[in-house]
Structures are given as structure tokens and as C-alpha cells.
Design a protein around this ligand. Structure first.
Ligand code: FAD
Ligand code: SIN
Length: 536
């Protein structure tokens, strides 16, 4: 089937939905989303959104905190734009119906997280993302210009140069995107989605690592698809590990929000001893890279499986009211956080790198935008300040909308190109599941063990060699089998893993989230620059 719309948005998280709602004023919008529509990182966000709201806060302070966390690599113009735009975007969410918790001294209750010099995070208890996601979905569903296609996984973007290779007749003047091939995973059919403007809003890539806070959708598809068609990708070495994910055999990817530490929670070892004072004057509220490395060092020294986060000294009623999500989850596993410490370990959480964009979310490819976690906009630099991510999604959805409003007029003049249907080349056989699951496991373990919180060149080189072999194997058999969702994701995580390793090998210093023991110092003369990779 061929589906035409003015805008194709790939992803239904905060970035994709916010963009879609705005773009619906300009034309028709198709949103494709690869699982249930609310299955997003956005829906799992706990802490909140950073914005200057407090009476004691200023834009300059939020800018300084973001720059300090980014460790010399943030783009200052982008940081300034985002920070100044934040209160407007928060008000937009409020006008859509998001009920942030009210405060005593300010309009909203403001919480703390690592690296913030002021209380500035608005939240809805500890399920901020779920509230936002449901409201945005409800608005999108009620909008007659928007159609949401659930269980539709984008496989590859369609570009004019590919059409030329396939003998199509209508060719654009520039290297430009005109939609995507999308797999309906429930019916196993590939549809052609054509659009005048295409937006990658596919979120992060935590699933590249064995242990992650991310939901299963986070396989870096947007980054891999963008890279395949020649969009430059940047700063992939900066993978953020969240210091505190729940350590329990029956807990899959459950985060213990940093806001617990913001409200007085302390990290302790199995003997109840605090340790963060050894590592940084800001102790438990130091930047995430510092806290994650501190826990890594403690675990390597002690040989223990986890450390603990203790908030039990706070009033039990306060804990239950402020952190109902964490309280209930832990209780369901037999841990009463009002009485006992929570076992925690670091896990892959956020991808600071991604498809390189300008300040409007435009990629190098005509008609293709990237917004949200899949993009590298220059906001986060070498490390993301807590709760600046939902914010980035909101602000860049708006930036992209503003630019699309200009661009769409011209693009609407150009007819949709003739695009061949997805070519299965006579292949009817489905790949054996074990071939996919085995390579998934190999990649994720390799990344965790060789390309984790603390790196060295030897392990990075070995990882590069092994990933190359896996990529070669996948390319060899990719076209021999019928496409499946797992197979598409495997190909993407292998691409993203390769990009992370290559960027990590290029950067010969340690900065922000990238720590290489062979180059333990920061080198501002040689390396104060983005790591940019582009496919030839
Ligand atoms: P997502 O919300 O992840 O949405 C991606 C969408 O793309 C999904 O709908 C997915 O199905 C779809 N998709 C992916 N690939 C394809 C494909 N091939 N075809 C079709 N659809 C596809 N940040 C904060 O600022 N504050 C917080 O408190 C916070 N807490 C967090 C807690 C957790 C547990 C996690 C995991 C992250 C948290 N973050 C937080 C980070 C933040 O939630 C994410 O960075 C942000 O939500 C990303 O939004 P997004 O719209 O870019 O992507
Ligand atoms: C958290 O609540 O700890 C996550 C916040 C974030 O990733 O910004």
C-alpha cells in the first residue's frame, strides 16, 4: 500500500507528538510508531522537565549548569535558545492539560537533580512522562489531520538518489528524503509512506547495551536510518549511564529517579557507609558521569553486585506521596523504601549523540528533520544535564515546526515521486529467530563489557573488530530473508554499536561521559570539538 501525507513523523514520544500536533495546522500528518503508541522512553520518564521558574533562578544559571555538565562541547547558541524557550514550552504543556505538581513558593513544585544549582524541575509526582505521553496521545487522536499507525516500524528512508538507482522517473534537484518504507509488524507487509517532510523522532539507543533503563523500542533506528542515507551523525561516544537503576532479578529496566537523591536520598555501600564524598564536593548530586563512575569504582573494588540508595530517613508519608511509582514498584518486589535502602546499579540511559542537526532540527538531507533523543543538536555536549531531555524534545519540535512551516509551502508544489514498492526479491523464508537473538545478545554484552562506563583502546579495538564481523554477517544475509521487526532492529543496533565504538576510538581524551584510561585527561586544544561521522 502507498500512504501519502504532507508530514511523516517516525515516533510517538514527546518530540514526535509535539511536532505532529503543531504540523497538523499545516497539513496532513502520518505518525508511525513501532509498538503500542505509548511505548516510548517519554512514557517512562520520572524526574521531570528543567526550566527556569523559581524566584531564585535565572536563565544564566540554567545556561551555566548546562554548559558545565556538557564539559566544553555544548553549542552555546543552542543552549541559550533552549533555556530561554523552556518556560514557554512548559506553559504549552500546561495549556494542553498537563498538571504539574503545584508548589508552595512557586507556581509549581520544583525539584533538584544532579548538576543543577537551583531547584528547577517541574514534575508530576514521579511519573511525569506518563502524564505527558497520555495527554499528547489523546490530543493527537482527537486531531482529524493526524493518523497514528501503531505496530508500524520504519525500515529505511526513501531518498531521490535511491529512486534514481531504481530507475524511477521523478527526481528531485537535491539529495532529499520523500518518506520511508515501513513494516506493518502485525501483518508482515511493507508499506510505502510518502511525505513532503519526514521527521525522525525515534528516541534513544539504550538497548545497544545489556543493562539499560530504556524500554525495548530504544534501538537507535533513527540514527541508523539517517546514517545509511548519508546524514552525518555526531558525538556517539557520549552514552550516559544513569547511576541508579533497580538491581533485582525480577525488575527489567526500572529506574530509580535521581530526584530521590534531589530530595535527600544518599548512596551507601552494603555496610551503610556513604562514599560519594570521596569523589566530588557535590556528593550524591554531582553530574551523572561522576556518580556512575564512582559506583563503578566502588563495585570493582568491593566485588559487590550493587550499591544502595537510601531515602528511608525521610518521612514515610512524604515518600509515598512524592514517589508513588518507585514506592509501589519496589514494594511489589519486597523492598519497602520507607524502611530500607534500594539496591541499585548504573545502566545505559541516554544517547547524547545522534543525527547531526542545525538549530531548527534540520539534517543535511533535504526534507529530513531529526528531533528528540535521536538528534544531536548541540544542547548536551559531552554530557546531558538531568531533565534537559524532555525539554529538548519540546523545544526542537517547535523549532522544526517553525522551519517546516516555511519549507512545506515550496515542497507542496513538487508532486510525490513514483516510488517502487518494497522489493522482497522473491525471498519467502524468515530468518531463524536464534540467528537474530544470538547476535543481539553478543552485541549487547560486547558493548557492556568493552564499551561501557570506563574504556580503554585495547577493548575498543577488539569491540570494533567484532562488530565489523557481525555487521558483515548481517549484510551478507539481510536480503536473503523476509524482513521481520527483530531483524530490522538487529541491523540497527549493530550499526549504532559500530558508530559508538568508532566515535570512542576517534576521541583521544577523556571528557564528560567518555572516559578512556589510556587518555585520562581532557585535551581542550585538540579535542574541544564534535566527533562527526558520515557514510561515504
Ligand atoms: P521516545 O519517547 O523514546 O519515543 C520514540 C518513539 O519512536 C517511540 O514511539 C518508538 O516506538 C518510535 N520508534 C523508534 N524506532 C522506530 C521505527 N523504526 N519505526 C517507527 N517508530 C519507531 N528525560 C528528562 O528530561 N527527564 C526525565 O525525568 C527523564 N526520565 C527518564 C526516565 C527513563 C526511565 C528513561 C528511559 C528516560 C528518561 N529521560 C528523562 C530521557 C527522556 O525520557 C527521553 O530522552 C525522551 O523521552 C525521548 O523522547 P523522544 O520523543 O525523542 O523519544
Ligand atoms: C531521573 O528521573 O533520574 C531521570 C532524569 C533524566 O534522565 O533526565
Amino acid at each position: 500500500m502507498e500512504i501519502r501525507s504532507d508530514f511523516l513523523v517516525i515516533g510517538s514520544g514527546i518530540a514526535g507528538l509535539t511536532y505532529a500536533l503543531k504540523a497538523s495546522q499545516l497539513g496532513t500528518v502520518a505518525i508511525v510508531t513501532k509498538r503500542e503508541k505509548t511505548e516510548t522512553s517519554t512514557g517512562h520518564a520520572q524526574g521531570g522537565i528543567a526550566s527556569v521558574i523559581g524566584k531564585d533562578d535565572t536563565f544564566d544559571l540554567h545556561i551555566q549548569d548546562t554548559l558545565a555538565c556538557g564539559d566544553g562541547l555544548c553549542h552555546e547558541d543552542v543552549v541559550e535558545m533552549v533555556v530561554r524557550d523552556a518556560p514557554i514550552r512548559i506553559q504549552e504543556l500546561v495549556s494542553l492539560g498537563v498538571n504539574f505538581d503545584p508548589g508552595k513558593n512557586n507556581a509549581y513544585d520544583l525539584t533538584y537533580e544532579g548538576g543543577h544549582s537551583r531547584r528547577r524541575i517541574v514534575h508530576v509526582q514521579d511519573f511525569t512522562g506518563r502524564e505527558i505521553e497520555h495527554i499528547l496521545i489523546a490530543k493527537a487522536e482527537a486531531n482529524e489531520n493526524i493518523t497514528i499507525y501503531e505496530h508500524h516500524m520504519a525500515i529505511d528512508l526513501i531518498t531521490y538518489s535511491r529512486l534514481l538507482k531504481r530507475g524511477a522517473t521523478t527526481i528531485g534537484k537535491e539529495e532529499s528524503c520523500c518518506g520511508a518504507y515501513v513494516l506493518d509488524t502485525r501483518n508482515n507487509v511493507v508499506h510505502t509512506f510518502l511525505s513532503k517532510i519526514t521527521v525522525l523522532a525515534t528516541g534513544g539507543a539504550g538497548k545497544v547495551y545489556l543493562y539499560t533503563s530504556n524500554p525495548d523500542i530504544a534501538t537507535g533506528d533513527g540514527i541508523a536510518m539517517g546514517y545509511r542515507i548519508g546524514a552525518p551523525v555526531a558525538n556517539m561516544e557520549f552514552v550516559q549511564f544513569h547511576p541508579t537503576c533497580l538491581y533485582h532479578p525480577h525488575a527489567k529496566n526500572f529506574l530509580i529517579s535521581e530526584t530521590l537523591r534531589g530530595e535527600g536520598g544518599r548512596l551507601i555501600d552494603k555496610n551503610g557507609k556513604t562514599f560519594m564524598e570521596k569523589y566530588h564536593p557535590m556528593k550524591d548530586l554531582a553530574f551523572r558521569d561522576i556518580v556512575a563512575r564512582a559506583i563503578d569504582a566502588e563495585l570493582k573494588t568491593s566485588g559487590d553486585d550493587c550499591v544502595f540508595l537510601d531515602i528511608s530517613h525521610r518521612n514515610a508519608e512524604f515518600i509515598k506521596k512524592r514517589f508513588p511509582n518507585v514506592y509501589r514498584k519496589c514494594l511489589s518486589l519486597g523492598i519497602d523504601i520507607t524502611k530500607e535502602p534500594i539496591p541499585v546499579v548504573p545502566a545505559a540511559h541516554y544517547m547524547c549523540g545522534g543525527v547531526l542537526t542545525d538549530i531548527f532540527g534540520r539534517t543535511k538531507i533535504g526534507g529530513l528533520y531529526a528531533i528528540g533523543e535521536t538528534a544531536c543538536t548541540g544542547l548536551h555536549g559531552a554530557n546531558r544535564l538531568a531533565s534537559n531531555s524532555l525539554l529538548e524534545g519540546l523545544v526542537f519540535a517547535n523549532q522544526a515546526y517553525l522551519k517546516s512551516a516555511q519549507e512545506i509551502k515550496e515542497r507542496k508544489q513538487t508532486p510525490y515521486p513514483d516510488v517502487p514498492i518494497w522489493d522482497i526479491g522473491g525471498t519467502t523464508e524468515t530468518i531463524e529467530s536464534v540467528m537474530v537473538s544470538h547476535n543481539w545478545d553478543v552485541i549487547r554484552r560486547l558493548m557492556w563489557n568493552y564499551v561501557g562506563i570506563v574504556r580503554n583502546d585495547r577493548r575498543l579495538n577488539l569491540a570494533q573488530h567484532r562488530i565489523q564481523n557481525i555487521q558483515d554477517e548481517i549484510s551478507e544475509y539481510y536480503w536473503d530473508y523476509r524482513i521481520t521487526g527483530d531483524f530490522v532492529e538487529l541491523r540497527n543496533i549493530s550499526t549504532v554499536a559500530g558508530l559508538i565504538i568508532n566515535c570512542a576510538l576517534i576521541r583521544k581524551e577523556s571528557r564528560g561521559l567518555h572516559f578512556n584510561v589510556d587518555y585520562p585527561q581532557k585535551d581542550d586544544i585538540a579535542w574541544r570539538k564534535d566527533t562527526i561521522i558520515e557514510r561515504n
